[in-house]
Design a protein around this ligand. Structure first.
Ligand code: E4P
Length: 217
């Protein structure tokens, strides 16, 4: 399973990247706003840091302008993936850009039918939003399962990029179901290391190291 980090914060990306935890990055307008940076500048910095795909989202809502914006974003670096919303215009932009050989991430996916359309339009990635479905008492993981089944039924190569991840359990469940990629905030990826028995066990070992004065160096 590939790990994308869902942020435009350079330091947070660099820290995880140094540990080999970053297979790619996703950004969106809200994350760019949060960074307080210019979209082109910060996206270029991320692309310089990370070898894998970096999703940069268009701002337009009509297909022609989305395509023009996508082409401008693609000039930033070779590893840009153009992110478009799951609207009819977004699907048109997806088809044009993917026919031209570019990677496209279709975002704001909330149903399996939408995911089916995105695959047919040539999407490289489909981004189903788990957390936002859970927020309104729907089942985000059920959507990931449905998309996995449908894509496998027909051999679609579009990768399932589980997004809007809010907890470590979202990552675990996505891995169990077979999502190709998860994108999660740095804090959620880092929280995967936590276990109370690890802390308890380490405390006991440290006490014995002190009591027995065990030294290696
Ligand atoms: C990533 O591509 C999405 O834009 C992001 O995961 C959305 O997350 P949110 O629902 O927490 O804003």
């Amino acid at each position: 399973m590939k790990f994308f980090v869902d942020t435009a914060e350079i330091d947070a990306i660099a820290e995880l990247n140094d540990l080999g935890m970053v297979d790619g990055v996703t950004t969106n307008p809200s994350l760019i706003k949060k960074s307080g940076r210019d979209i082109i500048e910060v996206t270029k910095e991320i692309c310089d840091l990370v070898a894998g795909p970096v999703s940069a989202e268009v701002t337009a809502v009509d297909a022609d302008t989305m395509i023009a914006e996508g082409r401008k974003l693609l000039e930033i670096a070779e590893n840009i993936t153009v992110k478009v919303p799951l609207t009819w215009d977004g699907l048109k932009a997806c088809k044009t850009l993917s026919d031209d050989g570019h990677k496209v991430n279709v975002t704001l996916c909330f149903s399996a039918n939408q995911a089916l359309l995105a695959a047919k339009a040539g999407a490289t990635f489909i981004s189903p939003f788990i957390g936002r479905l859970d927020d309104i008492n729907l089942d985000g993981m059920e959507l990931i399962e449905d998309i996995r089944t449908i894509y496998d039924n027909f051999g679609f190569e579009t990768e399932i990029l589980a997004a809007s991840i809010r907890s470590v359990n979202h990552i675990l469940d996505s891995a169990r179901i077979g999502a190709d990629v998860i994108t999660a905030p740095p804090a959620v990826i880092k929280a995967m290391v936590n276990h109370p028995l690890t802390d308890k066990g380490l405390d006991a070992f440290l006490a014995d190291i002190k009591a027995a004065d065990i030294k290696i160096l």
